[in-house]
Design a protein around this ligand. Sequence first.
Ligand SMILES: Nc1ncnc2c1ncn2[C@@H]1O[C@H](COP(=O)(O)OP(=O)(O)OP(=O)(O)O)[C@@H](O)[C@H]1O
Length: 220
Amino acid sequence: MTAALEAESLYRFFRAGDEETLALRGVSLTVGAGEFAVVAGPSGSGKSTLLACLAGLDEPDGGTVRIAGEPMSHRPETVRARLRADHVGVLFQSGNLLAHLTVAQNLALCRKLPSRKPGPDADRLLEAVGLTTRAHARPAELSGGEAARAGLALALAADPAVLLADEPTGELDSVTEAQILDLLLHRAALGTAVLVASHSPAVAASADRVIRLSDGKVTP
Ligand SMILES: Nc1ncnc2c1ncn2[C@@H]1O[C@H](COP(=O)(O)OP(=O)(O)OP(=O)(O)O)[C@@H](O)[C@H]1O
């Protein structure tokens, strides 16, 4: 069976003047449909860099990424954007909500993006993340937990085969973290390959598999 998400020997170097940082040094992994995997590791171990390369938002210097069997890496940005729109939900630390639009308007815009396949309707998504009553709030009017759930609704708008989330519970209290975790587990149970970068022991404890990164490498 084709893995929903595959990475083979990913390398990523950053240069600033004479300084070279080896952020990823040969990372390989696969995540299957319905699997909930967590990438854990100390600050600076390469988690965010890995997720950005997997999402096609960054290009690895070496190695390959495949999404639903199709190469994502080393392809033009337009092709990566289409693959992302078709197959990948992304939830990054910077947030994915546009500040001047309400939650409902953000969702409506996301569903109108070119090449988006129709996902669940906006009302169902808002209900799934428990935000029906906050549909007309702007991001600045949301609590941290509500913003995290709204971001997740956006990431799920196209019913993605792969969901990539960087520290989705980073700023949240344990009750709100448990709510987000339930949503991620539910998503995996519906068949999405879920890969989350997280420092949280609660997130790691819920995962089917924990992939540990240290200095840009997967450790056994
Ligand atoms: N754009 C960049 N330019 C230069 N160095 C970078 C860049 N992005 C990341 N790095 C470096 O690459 C390494 C890995 O960073 P990354 O953000 O992937 O780690 P992380 O495990 O996600 O850390 P955290 O848990 O603190 O978010 C770090 O040494 C970081 O300083």
